[in-house]
Design a protein around this ligand. Structure first.
Ligand SMILES: [Fe+2]
Length: 231
C-alpha cells in the first residue's frame, strides 16, 4: 500500500506507528478487565476463558510484531535503543505465562475454591494491564519520537506495511475489531479511507462487515455510511 494516508492519524504530524494499535489494545484490555471484574466465578466461565485466551494470544502477537519489525530497525540506526523494550516485552511474556497458570488453576478448581481462584486470575490480569498501559505510553512518548528522528514517514509506513503483510486475513480482522471502535471518528475515517483506496475490495468489505459493523454504535456506523466508507 503506497497511500501514506493509511494509518496516518489526525493530530499526529508524523506516521503514527503505535497510536492506532495501542488504542485498540487499551480498549480491549479495558473491556476484558470489566468482564473479569463482573464475572461470577462460582458459575461456568468457559466462554470468558476462551475470550481471555484469544485476547492474550493477540497481545502476544502484538509483542512479536514489535520484536520482529520495530526493534531490529531501531537497533540498526541506534544500537542499544531497543534493549529496555526487549526487557519489558520479556516481562510481559512472563505475565502471559503466569496468567495461563492462573487460568488453569481456576479451571481445575473445586466449586468452593472457584471464587478465590477467579479473584487471583482477575488480579493477575490487572497487573498485566497496569504494566502494559505504562509500557505502551513509554513507547508512544519516548520511543516514537526516537523513531521519528531516525526514520522518515515513508520508512515508518514501510515498517507498518511489513507488519500487516505478515498477518493472515483472520488476524487482520481480529486487530481491526480492536482498533476501529477505539479510534476517534477522524482517525477511523482516515484508516478506512486508506484501506478502501489500497486494499482489494473483498478485503475492505470483510473489514467493514466483520470488524466495523459488529463493533460500532449505529451512530458511528452511520458516519461511515455518509462518508461512503461502509461498503
Ligand atoms: Fe511494546
Amino acid at each position: 500500500m503506497s497511500n501514506t494516508a493509511f494509518l496516518t492519524v489526525a493530530g499526529a504530524k508524523r506516521w503514527d506507528l503505535y497510536g492506532p494499535i495501542h488504542k485498540g489494545l487499551r480498549l480491549a484490555h479495558s473491556q476484558m478487565l470489566i468482564r473479569l471484574g463482573q464475572a461470577d466465578f462460582t458459575h461456568d466461565q468457559s466462554a470468558l476463558m476462551a475470550d481471555l485466551r484469544t485476547h492474550l494470544a493477540l497481545g502476544a502477537k502484538h509483542l512479536a510484531h514489535e520484536d520482529r519489525h520495530i526493534h531490529p530497525a531501531l537497533e540498526r540506526r541506534a544500537p542499544g535503543a531497543a534493549v529496555a523494550l526487549e526487557a519489558q516485552h520479556g516481562h510481559h511474556r512472563r505475565r502471559f505465562a503466569e496468567l495461563e497458570r492462573s487460568m488453569a488453576k481456576f479451571e481445575g478448581a473445586s466449586i468452593p475454591e472457584r471464587a478465590a481462584r477467579g479473584r487471583a486470575l482477575y488480579i493477575s490480569f490487572v497487573a498485566l494491564v497496569a504494566e502494559d498501559f505504562e509500557h505502551m505510553a513509554e513507547e508512544e512518548t519516548v520511543v516514537w519520537p526516537q523513531l521519528c528522528a531516525l526514520f522518515d514517514d515513508a520508512e515508518l509506513a514501510q515498517i507498518e506495511m511489513d507488519i500487516i503483510a505478515a498477518l493472515a486475513p483472520d488476524e487482520v480482522i481480529a486487530f481491526m475489531r480492536m482498533m476501529i471502535p477505539a479510534m476517534a471518528p477522524a482517525e477511523r475515517a482516515s484508516l478506512l479511507g486508506g484501506l478502501k483506496a489500497n486494499a482489494p475490495a473483498e478485503a475492505f468489505a470483510a473489514v467493514i462487515e466483520r470488524a466495523a459493523r459488529p463493533t460500532l454504535s449505529t451512530a458511528d456506523f452511520d458516519v461511515l455510511e455518509r462518508l461512503g466508507l461502509a461498503a
